[in-house]
Write a protein that binds this ligand. Structure first.
Ligand SMILES: NC(=O)c1ccc[n+]([C@@H]2O[C@H](COP(=O)([O-])OP(=O)(O)OC[C@H]3O[C@@H](n4cnc5c(N)ncnc54)[C@H](OP(=O)(O)O)[C@@H]3O)[C@@H](O)[C@H]2O)c1
Length: 236
């Protein structure tokens, strides 16, 4: 159902983004994938997507990105930064950075994309990325979790504003997924207790998330304004 649909995957070169790009390409979507610093990682997607550099925190980059997608139907913003705080003195700088990358950049881009869809009288779907840390409470994650929680709330407001225009906005909140930014933590054993104490039956796979991305992008999908946890039950 996505055959020929123009879909922009921001941060689509990462662990969750690249699995989603592959699944959407199988459905025949026309993909524009952005990366930020790691151009070589993005190269593996060159055969299925047009690649573009974009810093989602920069207004001119966001405008340039959307200019490359004149028939925009779908926008998925994978961009994220765990913004780990190493000492109390680091907190303010980390929290500001977290807000820029995890909240302000993604929601600004979503609003710009929605405005273009409305102008073109184009139905559409927007998917934003949150985290289980914005659904449940994890000690030490204030900078990251609060920014993602802001994103979840703002996404629901946007969904309400756009429902009459048939532009759907949803969030995905992944759990511990063996891809991208969680790979090193899983390898270090940080999340082993999730398995040994039965919090989840297994770690997530990037494909678990990709399938939900595809579902939310499907043109006749009847879901909007939701935060969907893809976490094997971790947030419970
Ligand atoms: N993996 C997990 O278990 C997990 C769990 C919970 C939530 N999440 C969320 O899921 C999303 C995807 O995570 P992931 O594991 O796929 O992470 P990842 O592999 O680190 O990918 C992040 C992507 O975002 C891009 N990016 C980073 N900063 C950017 C910026 N300022 N502007 C534009 N793009 C930027 C990266 O580009 P470059 O690599 O080129 O710099 C990369 O393409 C994130 O929002 C994350 O918070 C992931």
């Amino acid at each position: 159902m996505l055959q020929g649909r123009e879909i922009v995957l921001v941060g689509g070169s990462g662990g969750l983004g690249s699995a989603s790009a592959r699944l959407l390409a199988e459905d025949g979507a026309r993909l524009l994938v952005s990366y930020h610093r790691n151009a070589s990682r993005a190269e593996s997607l060159r055969s299925i997507a047009t690649l573009i550099e974009c810093d989602v925190t920069k207004a001119e980059d966001r405008t340039h990105l959307l200019d490359q997608a004149p028939g925009l139907y779908g926008l998925v913003v994978f961009t994220g930064d765990p913004s780990r705080v190493k000492s109390p003195a680091d907190f303010e700088a980390a929290a500001r950075h977290a807000q820029e990358v995890n909240y302000l950049g993604p929601i600004s881009l979503a609003r710009q994309a929605a405005a273009r869809m409305q102008e073109a009288k184009q139905e559409g779907a927007i998917v934003l990325f949150s985290t289980m840390q914005a659904v449940s409470l994890f000690s030490g994650s204030t900078a990251y979790a609060a920014a993602k929680a802001s994103l979840q709330h703002a996404a629901r407001v946007l969904a309400k504003e756009l429902r009459a225009a048939n532009i759907r906005v949803n969030c995905i909140a992944p759990g511990v997924t063996a891809a991208g930014m969680a790979e090193a933590s899983i390898a270090s054993g940080k999340y082993d207790h999730f398995l040994t104490s039965g919090i989840v039956p297994r770690f997530g796979r990037a494909e678990d998330v990709a399938r939900v991305v595809r579902f939310l992008l499907t043109p006749d999908c009847y879901v909007t304004g939701q935060v969907i946890s893809v976490d094997g039950g971790a947030a419970l």
